[in-house]
Design a protein. Sequence first.
Length: 157
Amino acid sequence: KSYKEGKSKMKESELIALALQAREKAYTPYSHFKVGAALLTKSGNVYTGCNIENAAYTPSNCAERTAFFKAVSEGEREFAAIAIVGGAANAAELDYCAPCGVCRQVMMEFCDPETFEVILVQSGEDYQVYLLKDVLPMGFGPGNLGKREPGKNMKDQ
Ligand code: THU
């Protein structure tokens, strides 16, 4: 499948390749579990992220949130999909790495649960695509505060 909404025709396989590259940058001296993410905006831009750990543990940041915060801090507000790859540093093969609850909540803030796609990768060839609404059922989001619909009208907020 290609994402044809934006300027570029990004393929899922290309987004996965970028997530795998980002995983190489993971800073994980404590868990040795390396995660990479590639976040595609509706306009066709891609922001990558890796997990970044900390000696005090709690300041650690997941790959997905690194990608989101990079993107939002550059002015992006509309997102189409995120590819996520993760596994132990010494793993021969990767297995599906589902986003943690905190990262799902960050997705809920900026993405439309009905359309945003979460791409989980087992290996380069095998991957599964989920909608945010299935990854985070009954999620609490901006719409619950009556401010706006999730994923909609985010540009001027
Ligand atoms: N981690 C991520 O970056 N993303 C996920 O989806 C799951 C967990 C990181 C956090 C921590 O650095 C390491 O993986 C082990 O939990």
